[in-house]
Design a binder for this molecule. Structure first.
Ligand SMILES: [Zn+2]
Length: 194
């Protein structure tokens, strides 16, 4: 299990757009240095770290410190940073597994021995790219062989495409926080700011 200080915190820019994921340790340091606030995930209040620690946080992950346990923030907002970085998800086996949720794109089985299938086979000039690669179980990959899905009579469950970048793309399921949801949802978050 990863230590709480190394677990992820969602970071928003000053317009409340999600821009990054930082470790709890770095996020707390950022707030203590006055560069950001902790966002209360229920009331959306902006809090200094001490104020965040003073309230009951029954669901919080706890940071062990020499002075006792402190609740880890879920979301922080930066005071000055306004940019919305435009990034791309780089192509890798790991990211492909994330995009396809480790599910065979032909038979739909999950958590099977995952292989990378080239939709248009490599032997026929198919590139190694987001648009031409999918996760397939070894059985489907073997069965499809050097054929297209149409030739093999094996339709894809969905058209492969480059995944949209979001700051939490690389966060593992175990560390994903429900409190992030409203901030990652499409469209603007409607919040009343004082
Ligand atoms: Zn399969």
């Amino acid at each position: 299990m990863t230590r709480v200080v190394d677990q992820p915190v969602l970071v928003l820019n000053k317009h409340w757009q999600p821009v990054a994921v930082l470790s709890v340790g770095v996020a707390v340091t950022t707030v203590i240095r006055g560069m950001g606030w902790v966002v209360d995930p229920v009331s959306y209040q902006l809090l200094e770290f001490e104020d965040w620690c003073e309230q009951e946080r029954p669901d919080a992950r706890l940071i062990r410190t020499p002075r006792g346990e402190l609740p880890a923030p879920e979301v922080v907002v930066l005071k000055e940073f306004a940019d919305q970085p435009r990034r791309q998800v780089s192509f890798s086996r790991r990211n492909l597994l994330r995009r396809d949720q480790a599910t065979c794109q032909y038979c739909g089985r999950r958590g099977v021995e995952a292989t990378i299938d080239h939709v248009m086979p490599r032997s026929r000039g198919g590139p190694t790219s987001w648009e031409n690669c999918v996760i397939a179980c070894s059985r489907c990959n073997h069965r499809k062989a050097d054929r297209t899905p149409r030739e093999a009579g094996m339709p894809l469950r969905r058209e492969p495409a480059r995944p949209r970048w979001k700051p939490t793309f690389a966060v593992s399921r175990d560390h994903y926080r429900e409190a992030w949801e409203p901030f990652l949802a499409k469209g603007d978050v409607k919040v009343e700011l004082k």
